[in-house]
Design a protein around this ligand. Sequence first.
Ligand code: ZN
Length: 340
Amino acid sequence: MRALRLHGDRDLRLEEVEPPPPPGPGEVQLRVRAVSLNHIDVWGWRGMAFAQRQLPLTVGAEASGEVVAVGEGVTGWAVGDRATPYGARTCGTCHACTSGRDNLCENVQGVAGFHVDGFAREVANWPARTLVKVPGNVTFEDAACSTVTFGTVEHMLFDNAKLQPGETILVQAAGSGIGSVAIRVAKALGCTVIATAGDEEKCAKAKELGADHVVNYSEKNFSTVARRVTDKRGVDVVFEHVGAATWSASLLSLRMGGRLVTCGSTSGVSADTNLMMIFQRQLHIFGSFGCRIENVRNAVAKMSAGIRPVLDTVVPLERFSEGLERLESRRVFGKIIVTL
Ligand SMILES: [Zn+2]
């Protein structure tokens, strides 16, 4: 079967590999249909040591497919079911796992496509307990955005920042996979959305997604705009993942008692923080990493109800490099999908 494997930094190759054995106890076998490309597929997480990575490694942290075989002891799954796999190999037995906080698993074996083989291959075996069903009205392409993208947004906005209807939220980097979903989810909740983007074309697209106010951060100070839009009060929530370049101004954009939630640091991992501002203004900062399986279920349910992820490009596996180039270019708006 074909698999997309990482041999070194930015060295992705489409190769023939041995197909997996029949699914073991508790596993199902998935015929993968769509994989969404993420930066972790080519770089890992920027600023993070690569010591524990065994290369070559099949990439792909989020995907969708259909069940083609069911292992011993598996209930609730049948051949032909459509599914999206949770992207981490969790133990399923520790306190975090049994209380539904999967991304705090104490014995996690790793993230698919980063520590263990991922889903950019035609066939993959995966624990049935970490699969989420995908209804017929959600395409494989959309379903391939349900964990690292949509699930991450759900976890950030609702488990961590506890976003409420009617609140004002500043969403950084509207053109990113998570930024674009965050705009749609927050608008569907009835929030006022201020979005940032790096050029006029992306600003126009952010507006099309429903953002009420859009700031071209290369031209304007977004914290000034956030203050103006909220009558100097500041926003309730900041959705942050840009890191060093935006950190200080993101904190400055918050109201007294406001909440900042972050899941990334693409522009750099270290930033100055005014500690006096944190305690005097009673700010809350939430670190968010991945999501819970329940977040994936909610993500799929929202997609089924019409809140779709934003797809930039869909290419077949043999043309993955076009998708990759697009991902590496600054022009991308939304997700890059590879179909198998
Ligand atoms: Zn666990």
